[in-house]
Design a protein around this ligand. Sequence first.
Ligand code: DHB
Length: 313
Amino acid sequence: MIMKKIDISARINGIQLSSCIMNASGALCTTGQELSDLLDSSSGAIVTKSCTRQPRKGNIKPRYFEWNVGSINSMGLPNLGIDFYLNFLEEKKTKKPVFLSISGLSIEEIFFLLKKANFSSKITAIELNLSCPNLQEEILGYDLYKIYDFLENVFKFNEKPLGIKLPPYFKEEYIKNMSLILNQFPIVFVTCINSLPNGIFVDPRNETSVIQPRNGFGGIGGSIIKPFALANIRKFYTYLRKDISIIGCGGISYGKDIFEHILCGASAVQIGTQLMKEGISVFERLKKEFTLFLQKKNYSSINSFKGKLKNLQ
Ligand code: DHB
């Protein structure tokens, strides 16, 4: 039997990835060692931990917990500060696309970070995180009025490929209106979705919550959030300009989950909770599983099924 070559490379607007699978920001991408391991892995790109102007220790521990189908976190943006990430990337020679994730604590800080990132030749694109669920400030991604003004100011100076990490939306109206705003700007991609904000996991034996910060409330990730990720990807795919790519994030544990994300409209995918659970070897396993899945389906590349989810007739 002649085997067709399966191509799982991806394009995010102009950015070429050798594999459509990368890490999600926050998962094993904070320290130099973690980033080096990601660079050496078979992922198609790397995303850095969302950074701030100054280094941050983050919230009190325990601040991350996982169970069979999910995870909860209230990390509080522990990161080494933007200068660390820019310097680290200066020193590394890599062909792998690098997405610098940025998450300021105020609008002013975000502008500062964006301007700094614009001066670095080592980053391929910026993933602007407008959806961190663990800070006192509201989630900017939920404030459509502020976002329009904000983006207008960003694109007065920004020249780097820029994508936005979005929170999950639970109403079509929100996704439609958000798309109407995003479509007016030269945005390159959106990442759907960040963790579901304000969940709680209870340990019934101890009668406690399982993470310490914010009385146990935190962002929920893992396979239980996959239906929400898929729904957001699907809706954004129908409303966004076709040259804005979607990076799917949320609930990918197996190769078939990647297929589902792409079928709903994603051009590439990110792995968060499963990377935390399994470590760096997750990329090899997922690549194998996804390739085998496509082979069985007789698809030879992503573009043959991207966005083509059918309605049940
Ligand atoms: C953190 C969590 C997030 O989901 C995010 O998008 C940014 C930061 C955190 O708590 O560190």
